[in-house]
Design a protein around this ligand. Structure first.
Ligand code: PEP
Length: 246
């Protein structure tokens, strides 16, 4: 069975000193350990170029946290997928619930970003997941079905991350049976949308994953890995996830 993938989303954290510290702990671990589970670190844009130099030829891959839909042009303040590829990123997180909420990103926009990522040779990690209200009112499956239909492009070669909004950064992970139910639901939808290819798409879980709950989460059928926020900034804890995944 393939080892689960671990993706660390630093969000808007990581000044140079902190970034250097995290990366040096990760590199020391990589020197001492083999059989690595696939591990991706997604620092803010400002650290990508610098970190690229350190993680080149190590087991760590680099990802970004967003991209624009255009390749280049008059989009002040934005970053294109081609630029991310140029500085060594291989992955890009798209449609994170923080961007959907704070930047009003729609399924349609996330879909266009996934196309842009694909064209530039990046693997998109498309985030989906319901809010607390949608879970409590039992609408979560409709929300997730809509997000899959709307956010994933016609040709999709990336990863899907199920991140219930109410579990992100709260310290309270979703219950394993609830995660398992949604992961199977997502798989069904992917197969309906993409046929055989939909069976291969890795489906990740994100939301308060920690060293003390990750083992049970990895045991969930069809789960392809985890997307972690807070713990990715504590390299010792993050590496515990990597160790457990091996
Ligand atoms: C996230 O930011 O995608 C996330 C899952 O955060 P946390 O692990 O802190 O809940």
């Amino acid at each position: 069975m393939a080892k689960p993938i671990i993706i660390g989303n630093w969000k808007m954290n990581g000044l140079s000193e902190e970034a250097d510290h995290i990366v040096s702990v990760l590199l020391t671990y990589a020197e001492q350990n083999q059989n690595f589970a696939p591990t991706v670190i997604c620092p803010p844009f400002t650290q990508l170029y610098h970190i690229r130099k350190h993680v080149k030829n190590t087991p760590y891959a680099l990802g970004a946290q967003d991209c624009h839909i255009a390749e280049k042009g008059a989009y002040t303040g934005d970053i294109s997928a081609a630029m991310l590829k140029d500085v060594g990123a291989e992955y890009v997180i798209l449609g994170h619930s923080e961007r959907r909420a704070e930047h009003k990103e729609s399924n349609e926009l996330v879909n266009k970003k996934a196309v842009a990522a694909y064209k530039s040779g990046l693997l998109p990690i498309v985030c989906i997941g319901e809010t607390k209200e949608e879970r409590d009112s039992n609408q979560y499956k409709d929300v997730i079905a809509n997000q899959i239909k709307g956010s994933l492009p016609e040709h999709f070669n990336g990863l899907v991350a199920y991140e219930p909004v109410w579990a992100i950064g709260t310290g309270v992970s979703a219950k394993n049976e609830d995660i398992a139910e949604v992961i199977l639901f997502i798989r069904e939808k992917l197969v309906a949308q993409y046929g055989e290819n939909g069976k291969k798409t890795p489906i990740l879980y994100g939301g308060s994953v920690k060293p003390n709950n990750v083992k049970d989460i990895f045991a969930i059928p069809e789960l392809g890995g985890v997307l972690v926020g807070g713990v990715s900034l504590i390299p010792e804890d993050f590496l515990q996830l990597v160790t457990i995944a091996q």
